[in-house]
Design a protein around this ligand. Structure first.
Ligand code: PLP
Length: 393
């Protein structure tokens, strides 16, 4: 079999590979504390599950329009208008199976060979993977610990060229937990208007904000016409397995993205969309309770990591990840790199983490831990990491 050349350029998500390794250790009778996977440990709220069952029982078992059910697109437009303080209408919304396809479709629709796409590094690995896949040039924008894991505005300015088609931003950020400031967003808005590029704003962690206020790039004049908002239900409503997300974008682009939906999925499952409608319009208490639980866990894990010799960890402002600096531990333990440390932590101490480099080359020297797990698990992970690190000479 001869694969198409582009397949050699497609990357992956290491979290799923580490999960497989961790499960193999568990099958041998070892216990593993899972800090690798980025999904809420909570169950989907009952009212949402009930809405899906009701929809299935009342005939939502057929194809629906590729861009989504009209009433659901309208509810999304209302929600996004409310939370971003900018007016959007239903025709700007495309519903997809998870937020992830919006990355794939947007990059596919806007960039190709000869084009450049700037993306955060470290950052969600699928950005770089898909940019490479479509044959565009992937231009990494380093996020810097000394800027609380935000990029340097002058660095971005230098990276913008006449070939720049798209800039990807993600705030609150996976894996760093950082948030872009108003000044950062203003600078992006100015550059986008001057240079005519589009912005893919991955806002999937919008509700998971612990310090400060969320701001969307669409709040800046001229930016609703240049922005694709990516959002979804996985993180806010603990619905990762349902596969439900959406993009909000200029109407002309929405029509193109809907065509990509027709060509790939036909449509997003109809009863799932009815569950999403309930998620948006029903009670929100369960979702806010989860946010509060994540905040408490964040405080436990940040304090615990900072108490371990050789590890320093900034307080993330959003999402549910920490990105501790482990350079001193890598050096003291004579590990080749952060990945070797993460491998040993799993094998020797039974703690599954990801190397910062799973999120790009600028993640070297860091680990990523997801704290979407119980406080007991977090404390167990901290004890195991402390024991492991203390033994290094
Ligand atoms: N964007 C970011 C930054 C993420 O971390 C994730 C999932 O981990 C997604 C998008 C995609 O989420 P989903 O496809 O489950 O909606």
């Amino acid at each position: 079999m001869k694969l198409a050349d582009r397949m050699s350029r497609l990357g992956t998500e290491t979290a799923f590979e580490v999960l497989v390794k961790a499960r193999a250790l568990e099958a041998q009778g070892r216990t593993v504390v899972h800090m690798e996977i980025g999904e809420p440990d909570f169950d989907t709220p009952a009212n949402i599950i009930e809405a899906a069952c009701k929809a299935l029982n009342s005939g939502y078992t057929h194809y629906v329009p590729s861009a989504g059910l009209p009433e659901f697109r309208k509810a999304i437009a209302d929600e996004v208008s409310k939370t971003r303080g900018v007016s959007f209408d239903a025709e700007q919304v495309v519903v997809t199976p998870g937020g992830k396809p919006i990355m794939f479709f947007t990059i596919m629709a806007l960039a190709g060979p000869g084009d450049e796409v700037i993306y955060p590094n470290p950052g969600f690995p699928i950005y770089e993977s898909v940019i490479n896949f479509v044959g565009a040039k992937a231009v990494p924008l380093p996020l810097l610990e000394q800027r609380e894991f935000r990029f340097d505005v002058e660095d971005l300015r230098r990276k913008v060229t006449p070939k720049t088609r798209l800039l990807i931003i993600n705030s609150p950020h996976n894996p760093c937990g950082s948030m872009l400031s108003k000044e950062d967003l203003q600078a992006i808005a100015d550059m986008a208007s001057e240079n005519g590029f589009m912005v893919l704003s991955d806002e999937i962690y919008i509700r998971l904000v612990y310090d400060g206020e969320f701001m969307s790039i669409t709040q800046f004049p001229g930016m609703p016409e240049r922005t694709i908002i990516l959002d979804g239900f996985s993180k806010t409503y603990a619905m990762t397995g349902w596969r439900l997300g959406y993009g909000v974008m200029p109407k002309a682009l929405a029509a193109q993205i809907a065509k990509l939906m027709t060509n790939s999925n036909s449509c997003t499952a109809s009863f799932t969309q009815m569950a999403g409608l309930e998620a948006l319009t029903g009670p929100q208490e369960e979702s806010y309770k989860m946010v509060e639980a994540f905040r408490q866990r964040r405080d436990v894990i940040v304090d615990g990591l900072n108490a371990i010799r050789g590890i320093s960890c900034l307080n993330p402002r959003g999402a549910f990840y920490v990105f501790p600096n482990v350079k001193e531990v890598v050096k003291r333990g004579k590990f080749a790199n952060a990945k070797a440390l993460a491998d040993d932590l799993l094998q020797e101490a039974g703690v599954a983490t990801l190397s910062g480099t799973a999120f790009g080359e600028f993640g070297e020297g860091y680990l990523r831990l997801s704290y979407a797990t119980s406080i007991d698990n977090i404390n167990e992970a901290l004890n195991r990491i402390d024991g492991f690190v203390s033994k290094l000479s």
